[in-house]
Design a protein around this ligand. Structure first.
Ligand code: SF4
Length: 315
């Protein structure tokens, strides 16, 4: 599955390198689709109010669940990516909210419609969801697109500790994620888990232990790593303003990643090392740099220290 060179060129197995190798050097771009989903942790099915770090405003569907709206988003997204980034191939990314939170027939109609647009240039489908919003039918639907497309299934792991997940009002446990991962052993889907480092109450050792937990699932092929950042419109944002708590500085987070990456299984592709909200939403930490400079800082330090993903992994 992994066409990356070995050892990884950047000290870690980067998604950009993986995409270039996978698609013959073509410029591949993700086109984000908001299909108007909501979230069961917000509408009362699993909980109310959502996860405490989430921006509630971003849950509000801005588009009707119409296939026309999906088509327009994709056509415009592809046109923009072509114009601004010389993109040549596209992955359709159902990102906002919980993108399997609908009956399977509805999901099939949405995905089929999305994938019917520019079929010669669309090479992938990516779907972000919660572990408790998947069942055998939905997984079979996603797997039915494999072969002709690369299909990524992205799930929030966030923390591996149920005590943390409970304080975050996550509405599901780490066991829920493990159950889905177990059911996906041997699946052709590219599984990606999304983690956050820096939740209150978790020590450095507790966070480093995420690597061991991820490593034990060979079906996990991608990770998205993030530091905790506080956004306005979230419950944590309100709490933080009332009573600020310790968050990573850029130097501390970089230092943490330099300890984390050697523990991470060497075949896992790192889709993201950090994530940061737009300026107008970000409360803290504000590292005072654009994303590209933050990435350069982290990459520079990884190179300077000679960090190699998986160098301390004991399989
Ligand atoms: S983080 Fe995901 S699961 Fe939690 S409230 Fe937001 S959309 Fe729902």
């Amino acid at each position: 599955m992994d066409p990356d060179p070995d050892p990884p060129a950047k000290g870690y197995r980067s998604y950009g390198t993986w995409l270039r190798a996978k698609f013959g050097g073509k410029r591949v771009f993700k086109v984000i689709v908001d299909a108007g989903f909501t979230c069961p942790n917000r509408d009362g099915t699993k909980g109310f109010g959502g996860c405490t770090y989430c921006n509630v405003d971003s849950f509000t569907p801005v588009l009707p669940r119409s296939l026309d709206a999906i088509r327009a988003q994709i056509e415009q997204g592809i046109a923009r990516a072509r114009e601004n980034y010389d993109a040549e191939r596209f992955i359709i990314y159902f990102q906002p909210n919980t993108n399997t939170y609908a009956p399977v027939d509805r999901l099939r109609a949405l995905f089929d419609e999305a994938l019917s647009i520019c079929p010669d240039e669309v090479v992938g489908l990516a779907v972000g969801t919660r572990p408790d919003c998947l069942d055998a039918e939905k997984i079979a639907l996603l797997e039915s697109y494999c072969g002709r497309l690369v299909v990524d299934l992205e799930m929030g792991m966030e923390s591996i500790y149920d005590t943390t997940l409970a304080t975050l009002n996550r509405g599901c446990t780490h066991g829920d994620l493990v159950a889905v991962l177990d059911s996906l052993a041997g699946s052709p889907l590219n599984l990606c888990v999304h983690t956050v480092f820096g939740f209150p109450g978790e020590t450095r050792d507790m966070m480093l232990a995420y690597a061991d937990e991820i490593n034990r699932f060979p079906q996990i092929r991608f990770v998205k790593l993030h530091h905790l950042h506080i956004v306005s419109g979230s419950i944590l944002g309100v709490r933080y303003k009332r009573e600020p708590f310790k968050l990573f500085s850029l130097e501390e987070y970089t230092d943490f990643l330099c300890d984390f990456l050697p523990l991470l299984r060497p075949d896992i592709v790192v889709q993201r090392l950090f994530g940061i909200a737009d300026w107008d939403l970000l409360i803290a930490p504000n590292w005072g740099m654009k994303k590209v400079r933050i990435q350069a800082h982290i990459d520079g330090e990884i190179a300077r220290r000679g960090i190699v993903q998986g160098s301390l992994y004991q399989g």
